[in-house]
Design a protein around this ligand. Structure first.
Ligand code: SER
Length: 602
């Protein structure tokens, strides 16, 4: 049975059971800030699951496109995908467990429908916890239908609870249906059943009994009406029905893989590592096509959906390189993707040109990044090769990542080509630290508290002026500002200076700044013609363009700088200045990170 027939049969079956067919929605949720993509069929239906009346009644069925990236590391195995289609039947306060389970079973096993042998089916039900009872009701229904005790597992919330999709919303216990592929488990008779990751068990359908609404405070409030949300995976179910080994062996992937094996010049199915890369590319390029080609389509970027898209494309490019594909190539498998879905998602297919352009553009951008990073790597190489341990430090690997966007895998590849290894643990550590910092930064953005926020950044801004002047006093006039970045946590200041600052120099700079803070200098501003400001010796950014008339900030008798502000009124407001780090930023440019502490801290 092909995917097209499965979609059709599913809708037909549920129409016979009184369901109205509704159309699948865009991949990108509207008015739902809790998720980036529809990760399940229930998402576009959330308002109805929460009690809103649906114009087509209380029994609905549909096919919904979904994107899930949570399992991205499993993509390439037998069954995990980042894009998939979900078949769903819905009860909005209408039927509940009895009908939902009975119909699932009938559709799966009846020879008139899918005809899956009943002895191949295993099910799981919710074991119960914290005031939510063990789901004996579902188990009893399964038993009555003919599933023996030993093929029913009672599992905890981690396995048998669904939702909410984001942080809040409808959710509840579920019962899941697994197909026994018969693939041997390495643990033999000790295989733990459907939860075992051995690859023997394929989850094909999930009936969720949505009876709670999770609140922002973490509590579960019972819904006024109980709903059913079911999700059957199209790709997995046809894999079972076609007796195939993996989702990649079906018509929803074979043509894509064919373009890849043609490009590489090696058949698919000969080498596990190569096959895995081809599968990953096939999956990611498909997902990218659907994200770009969506009605609310997005382009690669560094935020939100655009960032997910960027990661998918770049990961595909990386696997392409492993296969020897070094130039842009994704539009070729993309054409195969669109071909597969011509009749199913014409709205996506009609955006062919945009999809191909975006893919190629992003590939080119990434290839440039790689080229640039490779050059930097070549520059480091002579030094690296002197290292007797033949190991590239985690710090350097992180620098390549942070400064040039160079993925760690590529650094490892390059290192390997020169007979070296990379301190991966060191990189992971630097990376984790960086994540923490950006997470702390992101938390701040969402916390609001803008008043507080801007007060701290204002103080750090004034401290930056003091730092700039102090650096010129200690290091010389060449120590000029090359960049400044302020967050509520710290200031970061880049300046020209050819070598690392000594501990003594750092200490002197810190002391000078703290001295000016203690002096309680008034901060004042005035507007002057640029020439006059320069005559007065105001510091201005080298290479920056200014208007003829500029604003200057004066900090007592200590500093005069062309600047837009804002600043504090008196340096006494700053607290204690502390340099946390001095490091190289780029050739001839140093970088200082510093903070302001309350007087009584440190
Ligand atoms: N929401 C459930 C799932 O995604 C059933 O549709 O598995």
């Amino acid at each position: 049975m092909k995917a097209s027939e499965l979609r059709q049969k599913f809708l037909e079956f549920f129409k016979q059971k009184g369901h109205a067919e509704i159309s699948g929605k865009s991949l990108i949720p509207e008015n739902d800030p809790t998720v980036l993509f529809n990760t399940a069929g229930m998402q576009p239906l959330v308002p109805y699951l929460l009690g809103e009346k649906h114009p087509l009644g209380t029994r609905l069925a549909d096919v919904q496109k979904c994107v899930r990236t949570g399992d991205i590391d499993s993509v390439g195995d037998h069954s995990h995908l980042t894009f998939f289609e979900m078949l769903g039947n819905w009860s909005l306060g209408d039927y509940f467990k009895e009908e939902a389970i009975t119909w699932s079973y009938e559709f799966l096993t009846s020879p008139e429908w899918l005809g899956i042998p009943r002895e191949k089916l295993w099910v799981t039900v919710f074991a119960g916890e914290e005031g939510i009872p063990r789901d004996e009701e579902s188990a009893a229904i399964w038993k009555r239908l003919g599933i023996p005790d030993n093929r029913i597992s009672y599992l905890d919330r981690e396995h048998n609870w669904w939702g909410p999709a984001g942080s809040t919303g409808p959710c509840g216990p579920d019962t899941e249906m697994f197909y026994d592929t018969g693939r041997p488990c390495p643990r033999g008779d000790d295989c733990e059943g459907p939860t075992c990751k051995c690859g023997r068990w394929l989850e094909i359908w999930n009936d969720v009994f949505m009876q709670y609404n999770k609140q922002a405070d973490g509590s579960y409030v019972p819904l006024a009406k109980k709903n059913v949300d079911t999700g059957m995976g199209v790709e997995r179910t046809i894999t079972v029905l076609q007796g195939k080994d993996s989702v990649y062996d079906t018509e929803l992937f074979q043509p894509i893989l064919k373009t890849l094996s043609d490009l590489v010049g090696v058949p698919y199915g000969q080498d596990p590592a190569r096959d895995s890369s081809m599968r990953i590319i096939a999956d990611h390029v498909k997902t990218a096509c659907f994200i770009i080609g969506d009605d609310l389509g997005v382009s690669p970027s560094n935020v939100g959906q655009g960032y997910v898209l960027r990661r998918l494309i770049r990961r595909a490019v990386r696997h392409g390189r492993k296969l020897g594909l070094h130039g842009p190539f994704l539009k070729i498998p993309a054409a195969a993707v669109l071909e597969i879905y011509t009749d199913v998602y014409p709205e996506v297919v009609q955006r062919r040109q945009k999809i191909q352009e975006e893919l190629t553009h992003e590939e080119e951008r990434f290839l440039k990044t790689l080229e640039h990073g490779e050059k930097e790597f070549e520059k480091m190489l002579p030094g690296l090769l002197k290292n007797p341990r033949k190991e590239l430090s985690g710090r350097l690997a992180f620098k390549l990542y942070d400064t040039y966007g160079f993925p760690i895998e590529i650094t490892e590849e390059l290192a390997m080509e020169h007979g070296m290894t990379v301190d991966r643990a060191g990189f992971d550590e630097a990376f984790a630290k960086h994540q923490e910092v950006s997470k702390a930064g992101a938390d701040k953005t969402f916390k609001g508290g803008l008043a507080d926020h801007s007060e701290m950044t204002t103080r750090l801004h004034t401290a930056t002026h003091l730092l700039h002047k102090a650096l010129q006093i200690v290091l010389g006039e060449h120590a000029r500002q090359r960049g400044s970045n302020i967050t509520p946590e710290r200031l970061r200041f880049d300046f020209s200076h050819p070598q690392k600052m000594s501990d003594d120099e750092i200490q002197r700079v810190e002391d000078i700044v703290n001295e000016q803070i203690r002096r309680g200098l008034e901060v004042s501003q005035s507007v002057l013609p640029l020439e006059e400001a320069k005559k007065l010796g105001a510091m201005a950014l080298f290479g920056d363009k200014y208007e003829d008339v500029v604003k200057v900030y004066r900090i007592g008798d200590f500093s005069l700088e062309v600047c837009g502000g804002p600043h504090v009124n008196n340096t006494r407001e700053l607290g204690k200045f502390k340099i946390q780090k001095e490091e190289a930023s780029s050739a001839g440019v140093r970088r200082i990170r510093a903070v302001l502490l309350d007087e009584n801290q440190g």
